[in-house]
Structures are given as structure tokens and as C-alpha cells.
Ligand binder design. Structure first.
Ligand SMILES: *Cc1c(COP(=O)(O)O)cnc(C)c1O
Length: 424
């Protein structure tokens, strides 16, 4: 009998899935009549709210006109426009837009580009990658290799390539040690680079917020100093803004706050407003030009990578409609103060620590009390769901990343339910 095998789910013990019927604003309406507040933007993708009519109309109109065309040798209006619109928003140095389908492939493309960049210049030394502890870059093998192995099943380890991982100076409200943690992390980076000054191909990181590590946050000045250091050693810098892109951190891109520009930038999740799978890897001219040359010569520099649905017109049309909403509404700028006042209420709760916020994202760590009702993240998740809230703690980290249409009152209700459940 056929069955639906769910992602990240132990099927032998999982409760049956909730049946979602329709979405509106920040709410998912279930088939049985209940409704659930989507406090995690359905895995961090839903930007403006569910089923936004402007995006639905854009997808429908595009589907009736041109639903798909091969992306090698052909192009179309939505892809051309999206390249132009992204160019207007990104740092001027990021000009070359390569499409793929999801966050993992966007990173996979960046990693392969960084690798081939050096091979195309006949460099045999730069074979190593550097990333941050707690980093998550997707679930395909290359993206897993640069991610933190603690976030994956160790069964895959023999298939992954080696990566040097620096400590990441996580911080939170009222953190007195942040400076010392940053200096220690930078010192580790300096030692590694000095020991092998021409050995690293690229540094990969999620700027400002490490999502899958539990929405762990670090300061923009750390990103700036680390990137500056990497560039002193000519290491290519890859920003994975798959989650942080499109306003999540309070600015359009997290990199803006650090004031440094990567060589390669990965975007997905919010790119289509959370409606269709689409991603881009944007390269600067330096990277792009290393791939130009004689295809028939002894060292063909061409980037041989592509996917069936590369630059899918429906995805591009959805992205354009989403960018219009983002520009017109700019709601993402309003949410951080609401988080801060919610966190202020939870401050001092004996089961909560490391309270933090960055733009539209807030997070904290929780400790089960002795003999408490909720001792694990799944139990906590079930307790929230019972009360009509979709919250999905990652281990001890409890985080909120709501769609931008969320009102101040709706967000305050999320903090109410956290308080209620943790006091139960
Ligand atoms: C979600 C995520 C990915 C992977 O994206 P998928 O679309 O799930 O493949 C990569 N990097 C970061 C930072 C992410 O949050």
C-alpha cells in the first residue's frame, strides 16, 4: 500500500500528519476545522503570509503563458526581470545570477563554483573549505560536507569531504562575553589560515543567524572581521543567505549589516515569498570570469551544472510578485521591537535563557524542570499545537520566525503561549 514518507520524521512513532486545507495570512486552516498560527513560516519560507492573491495571480497568469522552457540556450521575461530586480537590491559587485531549485542546490552550486574557480586557474593547493561550527547549508552531500556534522546522522560521514570548522561566537541579550568569544574565533581562523595560507578554496557561512543550529545569532562585526581576514588570504567567501535573505534579519540581506560583500551568495526560501521552490547562486565578476575560456582547449573552464527546472518561469513570476509586496509593505522592518517586548516579558523566567532577537527572528533556550510535564522538544511541539500554535523547538532552542503579515497582537499571543506552556 502506498504511503507518504515524511521528511526528518521517524515514521514508526510519528503521530499522523495534520491535514492542512487552506492558508490565509499567518494561519493554516486544518481539514477538521481547527486553525494553527504559523509561528515558524512553514520552515522559514512563508514571507508575506499564506496564499497571497497577488502571488497566486502571477503564477496563474504565467502558467497560462509559458510554464517552462529549457534554460540552456533559452530565456524568458520573468527570468530576465528577476535577474535585473535582484541586481538592483544586491551589492553592485554581485552580478552573475545562476538559478537552481532549492537552498541545498544553491549551496552545492556555490561550493562547486568555488572548487572549479581554483582548478580553472591551475591552482592545485586550494582544496580545503572552511565553515562555522553549527552551520547548516542543506541536505545534499556537498552542502552537508560544509555543514556541521552534529546536525546530521553520522551514517553519512564517510561520503562527506573534509571541512575546517571555526567556533561561532553565539550571542544573546545581556551577553558580557561576546567580545572574548569573537576574538577567540578570529584567532582560530588566523592560526588556520597562517598554517596553510594557500590551502583554502572558500569560507562558507550563514551571516548573522545560524538557522538549524537553533537560530543562534552572532554580531555583524564578527562577520565583517572574519570575511576581511579570509580575503587577506584570497579565500573565496560564500554567504548562505538561504534563510536570512529577503528581510529576515531586519535588512533586506544580512550581509548589509556586516558591510562586507561575498564572492558568492546563495538565496532561496523567501525568494518566491515561500510559494515555489527556486533558488539563485549569485557570483561576482571575478568568479564568473574564471569560467570564461576555450571549451575545446586542454582545460575546459565551463561550469557543467544545471537542473531540469533551472529558472522555471512560474518560480520567477512568483519571485517578482513577492519582491513587489516586499518593496510596497516593508513589514519586516516593524517586527523586531515586538519581539523585544515579548522577550522582555519572558526575561527572568527560570526555565529560559539566552534570549535573543534579530529582525523578524527571536529565539531562546529552554530547560525542562525536574518532574516537568514537557521534557522533550516533541512534547513541547505537541503542547503548542494543542493550543493552536505551530512552534517547532530544535533541541533546547525555541524560536519564532513569523510571516511578515503577523500583527503585533498575534505575535504577543505567541509569547503568551510560550509562557503558558513553560509554566505548565
Ligand atoms: C534551509 C536552508 C538550506 C537548505 O535549503 P533547502 O531548500 O531546504 O534545500 C540551506 N542553507 C540554509 C541557511 C538554510 O536555512
Amino acid at each position: 500500500m502506498s504511503n507518504l514518507w515524511m521528511p526528518f520524521t521517524q515514521m514508526s512513532s510519528a503521530p499522523p500528519p495534520e491535514f492542512a486545507e487552506r492558508g490565509e495570512g499567518a494561519w493554516i486552516h486544518l481539514k477538521d476545522g481547527r486553525k494553527v498560527f504559523d509561528a515558524i513560516s512553514s520552515w522559514w519560507v512563508t514571507l508575506h503570509g499564506h496564499a497571497r492573491p497577488e502571488i497566486a495571480q502571477a503564477i496563474g497568469a504565467q502558467a497560462a503563458k509559458l510554464e517552462q522552457v529549457i534554460a540552456a540556450g533559452f530565456t524568458h521575461e520573468p527570468a530576465q526581470q528577476l535577474v535585473r530586480r535582484l541586481g538592483e537590491k544586491l551589492p553592485a559587485s554581485l552580478e552573475q545570477v545562476f538559478f537552481s531549485d532549492n537552498g541545498s542546490t544553491a549551496v552545492e552550486v556555490a561550493v562547486k563554483m568555488a572548487w572549479q574557480y581554483w582548478r580553472n586557474q591551475q591552482d592545485r593547493n586550494r582544496t580545503r573549505f572552511m565553515s562555522l561550527q553549527g552551520g547548516y547549508h542543506g541536505d545534499t552531500l556537498g552542502a552537508m560536507s560544509v555543514g556541521d556534522p552534529d546536525l546530521f546522522n553520522p551514517v553519512f560521514e564517510p561520503l562527506l569531504f573534509e571541512c575546517m570548522r571555526l567556533p561561532c561566537p553565539h550571542t544573546f541579550l545581556g551577553d558580557d562575553d561576546v567580545q572574548a568569544k569573537e576574538e577567540a574565533a578570529l584567532a582560530t581562523a588566523r592560526v588556520a589560515l597562517e598554517a596553510d595560507p594557500e590551502g583554502y578554496a572558500a569560507l562558507v557561512l550563514e551571516p548573522l543567524i545560524q538557522g538549524a543550529a537553533g537560530m543562534q545569532m552572532h554580531r555583524p562585526q564578527f562577520v565583517k572581521e572574519l570575511v576581511t581576514l579570509a580575503k587577506q588570504y584570497d579565500v573565496l567567501v560564500i554567504f548562505d543567505e538561504v534563510m536570512t535573505g529577503f528581510g529576515r534579519t531586519g535588512t533586506l540581506f544580512a550581509g548589509e549589516q556586516a558591510g562586507v560583500e561575498p564572492d558568492l551568495l546563495c538565496l532561496s526560501k523567501g525568494l518566491t515569498g515561500g510559494t515555489l521552490p527556486l533558488s539563485v547562486t549569485v557570483a561576482n565578476q571575478k568568479v564568473y570570469e574564471a569560467f570564461l575560456g576555450d571549451q575545446l582547449g586542454p582545460n575546459d573552464p565551463t561550469f557543467y551544472h544545471g537542473h531540469s527546472y533551472t529558472a522555471n518561469p512560474l518560480g520567477c513570476a512568483a519571485a517578482l510578485a513577492s519582491l513587489d509586496i516586499l518593496e510596497n509593505e516593508q513589514h519586516y522592518k516593524a517586527i523586531e521591537p515586538w519581539h523585544l517586548s515579548g522577550l522582555e516579558r519572558l526575561k527572568g523566567h527560570k526555565r529560559l535563557e539566552n534570549l535573543r532577537a534579530c529582525g523578524t527572528v527571536a529565539a531562546m533556550e529552554w530547560r525542562p524542570a525536574k518532574g516537568a510535564k514537557y521534557n522533550t522538544a516533541p512534547e513541547l511541539k505537541a503542547a503548542f499545537l494543542e493550543r493552536g500554535f505551530m512552534l517547532r523547538p530544535l533541541g533546547p532552542s525555541l524560536y519564532i520566525i513569523p510571516p511578515y503579515c503577523t500583527t503585533e497582537a498575534e505575535l504577543a499571543a505567541v509569547y503568551d503561549v510560550i509562557e503558558e506552556v513553560l509554566s505548565a
